[in-house]
Write a protein that binds this ligand. Structure first.
Ligand SMILES: [Zn+2]
Length: 464
């Protein structure tokens, strides 16, 4: 098998990927915090790592992919207070919407999609151990990680402590010994969700959530830890610090994840997409206009490590590429291919490009060159072309549902009768105080893209 090269953000260079266990490749990538609709930045991360997983699955017999959902956090609490709903129902709604949108982009479900609130006990145990071993301290209701207790702090982001202090615009809280110390456990106010702990009623810090879920599900070390570039510091740096101290591997910065991979930012008109600039682009809005494959290919149009400038032009280009190849696939639909990848020179070249840190543009340029003057090709050459298009499509996650690209795939065919039956069943369950069944019905409706609201005059529903 040819070697896979990936860019390791810890070493800041391209390296040969050497699995810890060739029989099971283990990958963790930080998923979304669910309090709003998924945006293009969320989707880029999901699509990039889904493509990496597809490539790893082509290369290795087994891949275990974990991507979490953060369902407790300050922003979630803020939004749920604003909308007067529980954090649970808010995060339940938006995690379902996230998964629905990602499915439209042909993102395969991760093998595990843990929610932070399902691992609170394990988080408390990990924090208690860090505190007991003096890597963390209790101060004014908070448990803080003491950055000075871990001398390799900054190994991932190559930041020296002095730079971190200078770069920090956050006012130093009174309960911190050092400005860079970060929260492992924080107290909850009276109106905020809480869990009981040795440090009082509170909730875990975000950096603790991912480190505990990754460790619990995959075991350490695992092969690849991924996420958006904006998470490299401080989120990933802080996950790493906790893990090294927790496992007692103070001098082994590969004791958590062997490799780190980060995808670049999404920009809009050359500015970073962000809430404060008001230029957030939502996946659901594009799904109303474009087929999911058009959006997916657009998200992969720049190399995953480069910034991606999101624009209508990129979407149109991707649409044209898909139309071109769908047309070729249609013309070749009666050709029966015998999978013979070893002898297919186009596939050999495409594979080489993909194994070079996922060089998808190069893979497409190889394919483009191969289909020039396709009508003049003989049958064997055409078979090789068809096989190569399908090969690239499988790894990039396109040419799967080749329906009308001009229209969106997102058109919902809501079955009014079914909706009414489910609402009726839910109301009956509520009447019988069977809240579990009532929740099941509500979830079923959410999965269909229907949200219900209870009013004094009855239950109303709307499309989401
Ligand atoms: Zn994370």
């Amino acid at each position: 098998m040819s070697k896979l090269y990936i860019y390791d953000s810890m070493q800041n260079k391209k390296v040969v990927f050497e699995p810890l266990d060739t029989q099971n490749i283990r990958v963790y990538a930080c998923g979304p915090t669910v309090y709003d609709y998924a945006h293009i930045g969320n989707a880029r991360m999901a699509v990039v790592f889904d493509t990496l997983i597809r490539l790893l699955r082509y290369l290795f017999p087994k891949v275990t992919y974990v991507s979490n959902i953060t369902d407790i956090d300050d922003k979630i609490i803020e939004r749920s207070n604003l909308e007067k709903v529980s954090t649970e129902s808010l995060t339940n709604k938006f995690s379902k919407i996230y998964n629905r949108d990602m499915k439209m982009l042909n993102v395969q479900e991760p093998d595990y999609q843990p929610k932070a609130t399902e691992y609170i006990d394990e988080m408390i145990q990990a924090i208690a151990k860090l505190e007991k071993e003096k890597y963390a301290y209790f101060s004014d209701g908070h448990v803080m990680f003491n950055v000075n207790s871990f001398k390799s702090y900054g190994a991932l982001s190559s930041r020296k402590q002095q730079e971190q202090i200078a770069g920090s615009r956050v006012k130093v809280s009174s309960y911190k010994k050092n400005p860079e110390d970060f929260v492992l456990w924080k107290p909850s106010k009276d109106n905020e969700p809480f869990w009981k702990s040795p440090w009082g009623r509170g909730r875990p810090g975000w950096h603790t959530e991912c480190f505990v879920m990754a460790t619990k599900i995959l075991g350490t070390p695992f092969d690849i830890h991924g996420g958006g570039l904006d998470l490299k510091f401080p989120h990933h740096e802080n996950e790493l610090a906790q893990s090294c101290c927790f496992s007692g591997n103070l001098d082994n910065k590969k004791s958590y994840a062997k490799y780190w991979m980060h995808n670049g930012f999404v920009t809009v008109d050359a500015e970073k997409m962000s809430k404060s600039l008001g230029n957030i682009k939502l996946v659901k809005d594009y799904l109303n206009i474009y087929n999911g494959e058009v959006i997916r290919l657009s998200l992969l149009s720049a190399h995953y490590r480069s910034p991606l400038n999101w624009s209508e032009e990129v979407l149109l280009q991707s649409k044209n590429i898909l139309m071109k190849y769908n047309k070729i696939l249609d013309a070749l639909k009666n050709l029966v291919i015998i999978k013979n990848t070893k002898e297919n020179k186009i596939i050999i070249e495409i594979e080489k490009a993909l194994l070079d840190d996922l060089n998808i543009s190069k893979a497409f340029s190889i394919l483009d060159a191969s289909v020039k003057e396709i009508n003049k090709k003989n049958e064997i050459e055409k078979k090789y072309i068809k096989e190569a298009i399908e090969f690239l499509g499988e790894i990039v996650g396109i040419f799967i549902a080749r329906d009308d690209l001009a229209s969106s795939k997102n058109k919902k065919n809501l079955n009014l009768n079914e909706i009414n039956i489910l609402i009726k069943k839910r109301n009956e369950a509520r009447k019988n105080k069977d809240y579990k069944l009532a929740d099941e019905m509500r979830n079923k409706l959410l999965t269909m893209g229907v949200e219900i609201e209870d009013h004094p005059e009855g239950t109303k529903w709307k499309e989401i």
